[in-house]
Design a protein around this ligand. Structure first.
Ligand code: DC
Length: 222
C-alpha cells in the first residue's frame, strides 16, 4: 500500500500530539512532532543568550545544532546535540519563548528543510502549524484540528497540574490565546488552515472519537 504523507495542523491544545502519535501507531507510520523542533531551537538559543530578533545568529545556530528523536518504549525523546531535552523544552518559560524564535524566517527555512527530508519517502504523520500549507502542500491527507480557547486552556492546565506545575486556569487560558495570536499573526508561514484540509472540532470529542474520524478519512484518502 502507498505510504502517505499525513499533515495535522492546528493551534495548541487541540490534541495534535496525542492524535498524531496514535494515528501513526495505527498505520505503522513514523510520527514527527515539528513543534518539538522549534522548541529545541528556542532552548538552544536561550542557553546561548541569542535574542529572537538576531536572525543571523539564529541561522548559524540552526546549522550548528543537531535535533533528533529517539524512541524509548512508548515514549519519544527529543535530543538536542545528543542530550535528552524532552522535559526542558516543555517548561512554561520555553513554551512562551518558542513562538518568537519560530517567527524567524531563517529558523523556519532550516526546520522546514529538515522536515521535508524526514518526510520525503512518506509513511509519516507530521504535526505542526504549517505542514499542510508550507511543508507538504502536496500531502495526501490533511487535517486541521480546532477547539475552543477555553477548552484548550483547560487541557493545558490539567496537563501542567498532572506534572505538578502550579498554575492558574485563567492565566493558562490567556497564555494559550497569546501563543495562538503570535503563531497566527507572524509574517512567515503563520498558522493557517489548508483549503483542502478536513477540519475537526475536538472541543467535545474524545481522543478515540477524533482518531476514528481520522482513520475513516485516511481510508477514504481525503
Ligand atoms: O506544537 P507545540 O506547542 O509544541 O509548538 C511549539 C511552538 O512552535 C508553537 O509556538 C508553534 C510553533 N510551531 C510552528 O511555528 N510551526 C510548526 N510547524 C510547529 C510549531
Amino acid at each position: 500500500m502507498k505510504k502517505l504523507i499525513i499533515a495535522i495542523d492546528g493551534p495548541s491544545g487541540v490534541g495534535k500530539s496525542t492524535l498524531s502519535k496514535r494515528l501513526a501507531a495505527e498505520l505503522g507510520y513514523l510520527n514527527l512532532d515539528t513543534g518539538a523542533m522549534y522548541r529545541a531551537v528556542a532552548l538552544a538559543a536561550w542557553q546561548r543568550g541569542i535574542e529572537a530578533d538576531d536572525c543571523t545568529a539564529l541561522a548559524e545556530l540552526c546549522r550548528e545544532i543537531s535535533i533528533s528523536f529517539e524512541r524509548q518504549g512508548p515514549a519519544e525523546r527529543v535530543l538536542l546535540d545528543g542530550i535528552d531535552v524532552s522535559e526542558a523544552i516543555r517548561t512554561p518559560e520555553i513554551s512562551q519563548l518558542t513562538p518568537q524564535f519560530a517567527a524567524c524566517p531563517e529558523v523556519r527555512e532550516a526546520m522546514v528543510c529538515r522536515q521535508r527530508e524526514l518526510g520525503r519517502d512518506g509513511g509519516i504523520v507530521l504535526e505542526g502549524r504549517d505542514i499542510g500549507t508550507v511543508v507538504f502542500p502536496q500531502a495526501e491527507v490533511k487535517f486541521f484540528l480546532k477547539a475552543s480557547a477555553a477548552e484548550r486552556g483547560r487541557r493545558r492546565f490539567l496537563e501542567l497540574q498532572d506534572k505538578g506545575v502550579v498554575v492558574d486556569l485563567e492565566q493558562t487560558i490567556a497564555e494559550v490565546r497569546a501563543r495562538d495570536e503570535a503563531d497566527s499573526s507572524r509574517a512567515d508561514s503563520p498558522l493557517r488552515q489548508a483549503e483542502d484540509a478536513l477540519v475537526i472540532d475536538t472541543t467535545t470529542l474524545s481522543i478515540d472519537e477524533v482518531l476514528g474520524e481520522m482513520l475513516k478519512a485516511v481510508a477514504r484518502g481525503v
